[in-house]
Design a protein around this ligand. Structure first.
Ligand SMILES: Cc1ncc(COP(=O)(O)O)c(C=O)c1O
Length: 422
């Protein structure tokens, strides 16, 4: 049965610090965030110069250099970054983009505004990520691209995905919101495909406020992204001024966010290295508790830029549900612990389901070539996984080994209290 058939929701959803900063417990909260020591210096430069320094370009150059890529286009978040990329690819309405089902709305928005059709590939059983094997059956003659999400910071197995895409003539791009500076076989996530979108939202690993960016090595794509994302689709016409030849966006990263992002970039590598170490320690401790399976870290992830800790509970081992397990963890001191069923986009985007059912544009034929339906049952692996998945996104760079031990101790206590001994 669909989880979205519950009571009518009334409370507006919260994001960023508003969703996280108030959470308390025995373990650290990422807020107040640890700020790069130069944050105030860079902010003051903006004010002292009367807004005339180009902090945006400074951040873009520094981020591109850190990633070893030719282009960085900074945006006010990953949602706009992926929207700009979606527009820059220039597919036709009704074209299909295969996308991870376990993600945030921000992954999807850019597809929807372009009237592309999101096609959710299922996840690999027992994980949060898609694979070449789950993507392949969703490819049709209307598929144009594959948008992968490295959920929780665990990187998708990109070599087989890229091989498949190459065989079928498809573009691959990445949502790296949860995996900043994570590494796959020694290569940075975000450099594993044609282009990538990042988030520097305040609660993310490189928390900077509402910010993000695109990176790519492709000169034409970068030019188009800058034209559509920063220049509002306008060019300078001699003797006239700006003429808008395309429907562009005003998606420049604000200067003050660029200042904070630049300062956060200066401290991100040790932050990520520390998260990798603490996540591996904590997941190992969780794995020692009978009935719990920590998120598996594939061998090819040699830097786990962990944004969120998660594990599955074996429902036959406990008398409680995963929701009750999560609630008890939160009560015992793990801030924000709970289930994450709402990550299942084919279920959470109820408007998409309604549009597809009504065959409303772009689900009309044309521009679509076939019928689409959305719901939990379209991605059974992802749905089954999220039913028993418990996680918390307050895991952060403030964790020391004693916090990992305390978290594992709390989880063990809750597990023992609820263990089915019948
Ligand atoms: C996987 C993923 N994609 C996209 C987004 C959207 O990013 P932003 O909030 O920067 O627009 C988020 C943020 O929660 C995310 O976690």
């Amino acid at each position: 049965m669909s989880n979205t058939n519950g009571p009518v929701p009334t409370e507006r959803a919260k994001y960023g610090a508003a969703a996280v900063a108030h959470l308390t417990g025995e373990l650290p909260n990422p807020f107040p965030r640890i700020m790069g020591p130069n944050a105030m210096k860079y902010l003051r430069e903006i004010v002292d110069s009367g807004l005339s320094v180009d902090m945006l370009s400074r951040f873009e150059s520094a981020f591109a250099e850190a990633y070893g890529v030719k282009h960085c286009i900074a945006t006010p978040g990953c949602t706009p970054a992926l929207a700009v990329l979606g527009a820059a690819f220039g597919f036709e309405p009704g074209d299909e983009v295969i996308v991870s089902p376990v993600t945030d709305y921000g992954t999807l928005m850019g597809l929807l505004v372009e009237n592309y059709i999101p096609v959710f590939a299922d996840t690999e059983p027992g994980t949060v990520n898609v694979s070449a094997a789950t993507i392949e059956p969703r490819i049709t003659d209307r598929t144009r691209a594959i948008l992968v999400v490295h959920k929780t910071g665990l990187i998708c197995d990109m070599d087989p995905i890229n091989r498949l895409a190459q065989e079928r003539g498809l573009i691959v791009y990445e949502d790296v919101c949860q995996a900043v500076f994570g590494e796959y076989k020694g290569q940075l996530a975000g450099t594993l495909s044609k282009a990538a979108g990042f988030s520097f939202d305040s609660e993310k690993t490189m928390g900077s406020d509402v910010g993000g960016c695109i990176i790519t090595d492709d000169d034409d794509l970068a030019g188009q992204a800058r034209f559509l994302g920063h220049s509002r689709g306008a060019r300078q016409m001699p003797g006239f001024g700006r003429i808008h030849t395309a429907r562009g966006y005003a998606h420049r990263m604000p200067q003050c966010t660029a200042a904070i992002s630049l300062a956060q970039l200066e401290i991100i590598r040790p932050n990520v290295a520390h998260r990798d170490k603490m996540a591996r320690l904590l997941l190992d401790l969780i794995g020692q508790i009978p009935g719990l399976t920590p998120l598996p870290i594939p061998d090819y992830v040699n830097v786990y830029s962990c944004w969120m800790i998660g594990f599955s509970i074996d429902p036959t081992a406990f008398r409680c549900t995963a929701d009750e397990f999560g609630e008890q963890l939160a009560e015992e001191g793990i801030p924000g612990a709970g289930t994450g069923r709402y990550y299942l986009m084919p279920e959470a985007l109820t408007f998409l389901r309604e549009k597809a059912e009504a065959k409303a544009y772009p689900f009309s034929t044309p521009p679509a070539s076939r019928e689409f339906s959305y719901g939990a049952d379209t991605c059974p692996n992802a749905h089954a996984f999220l039913e028993n998945f418990v996680r918390w996104a307050t895991f952060c760079e403030k964790y020391a080994p004693e916090h990992c031990e305390l978290a594992a101790e709390i989880i063990r206590r809750v597990a023992e209290r609820n263990r089915d001994r019948s």
